[in-house]
Design a protein. Structure first.
Length: 360
């Protein structure tokens, strides 16, 4: 007989939980959402009628569950994760891992001490655009990459009344979209030698950064990460130049749009990307190549397998720690107006190298 499903409790039932976590967990065999911590039981009941609803995270953590998924505001990530790990629960945290590097270190040490899975929801490793670019780079289609440019640009000129756009710990576009941009760059290139960052508030009434431009320095290679709320019509998702050619991926992966429109993960249309990857050779000849198919459910399948001892953690905690080190370095660079190095110890760098070698 197959093992009983792993019982999942979700902390928070806002945009992240409803748009991403619930629909991406549901189709994965061996996982079952049994409880939610939310102040709005009626809202939960419309989506998960059989789930137990708790008013507070500590009540959910005390429930009979195996895995706690934390989808609450960023500044709650560390205290809720700490409580869950101390209660003997496995933990998945929505990005960003925490709001400080020291909080991330503390959680990693606690998870290791308790022999529990701790993972961060870097779901965009499984996006069609990133998978397509990764394939082309690793196949040597443009030679050795020298310039890598990654954009998350939107047109949202009105500041919305939500915690992500307020002057709170973990607020702002860099903490919101930066972890996606950084994680993908690190997956491709590893740890940068140094980071330079520039953050700004550009919209009328803005309280915290809504524009971010960060450059990761890898020897002679530069990775440019950019996010903005004032880009009508968008911009190329990826542009990469190498010593044998270039590539462009114009459109962003469609899984978020599909989830918002009700397309079910696992359906025929799920993860399909009809926007081709354009590869330009050294003679200027451009060829369209079919994009890879995205599938963010692979993250939760990986979490299941890691808990059951079948596979490694899909996002090793030290990889998420490295992302936080870049997030902090960019913010410090923006404040101080200078290029800064990552605040990682030699031991953390060695652990990252080992995790990276294992994942590739």
């Amino acid at each position: 007989m197959p093992p009983a499903p792993l019982r999942i409790g979700i902390v928070g039932f806002g945009f992240a939980a409803q748009t991403f976590h619930v629909p991406l967990i549901r189709p994965v065999d061996g996982l079952q959402i049994v409880a939610v911590a939310s102040s709005d039981a009626a809202k939960v009941a419309t989506v998960l009628p059989d789930a137990r609803v708790h008013a507070a995270p500590h009540d959910l953590i005390a429930d009979d569950i195996d895995l706690v998924v934390i989808a609450s505001p960023n500044e709650t990530h560390a205290p809720v994760a700490r409580a869950a790990l101390n209660a003997g629960k496995h933990v998945v945290i929505d990005k960003p891992f925490t709001v400080t590097l020291d909080e991330a270190r503390e959680l990693i040490a606690l998870a290791e001490k308790r022999a529990l899975l701790l993972s961060v929801f870097h779901n965009r490793r499984y996006d069609s655009d990133f998978l397509s670019v990764t394939r082309a780079i690793r196949e040597g289609r443009i030679g050795v990459p020298r310039h890598f440019e990654s954009h998350f640009d939107r047109f949202r000129p009105e500041v919305r009344d939500r915690w992500r756009e307020k002057a709170v710990a973990g607020g702002g576009i860099w903490f919101d979209l930066g972890p996606h941009l950084v994680d993908q760059a690190l997956c491709l290139f590893g740890l940068p030698d140094a980071v330079s960052g520039d953050l700004a508030v550009q919209r009328a009434g803005g309280q915290i950064d809504d524009w971010a431009h960060v450059v990761l320095h890898f020897g002679e290679v530069r990775a440019v990460l950019h996010a903005s709320m004032l880009v009508a019509g968008g911009s190329n998702r990826f542009t990469v130049h190498g010593d044998a050619g270039s590539l462009v991926k114009a459109r962003i992966d469609q899984q978020e749009a599909q989830l918002l429109s009700g397309v079910a993960p696992g359906s025929d249309a799920w993860g399909v990307d009809d926007d081709p990857l354009v590869v330009i050779d050294g003679d200027g000849v451009a060829r369209n190549e079919a994009a890879e198919r995205g599938d963010q459910t692979r993250y939760y399948a990986g979490v299941r397998d890691a808990i059951l001892g079948r596979a490694p953690n899909p996002v090793a905690p030290v990889e998420a720690l490295a992302v936080m080190a870049v997030i902090e370095a960019a913010a410090r660079s923006a404040r101080e107006g200078r290029v800064v190095a990552l605040s990682l110890t030699d031991g953390e760098r060695a652990a990252y190298a080992a995790a990276r070698q294992h994942s590739t």
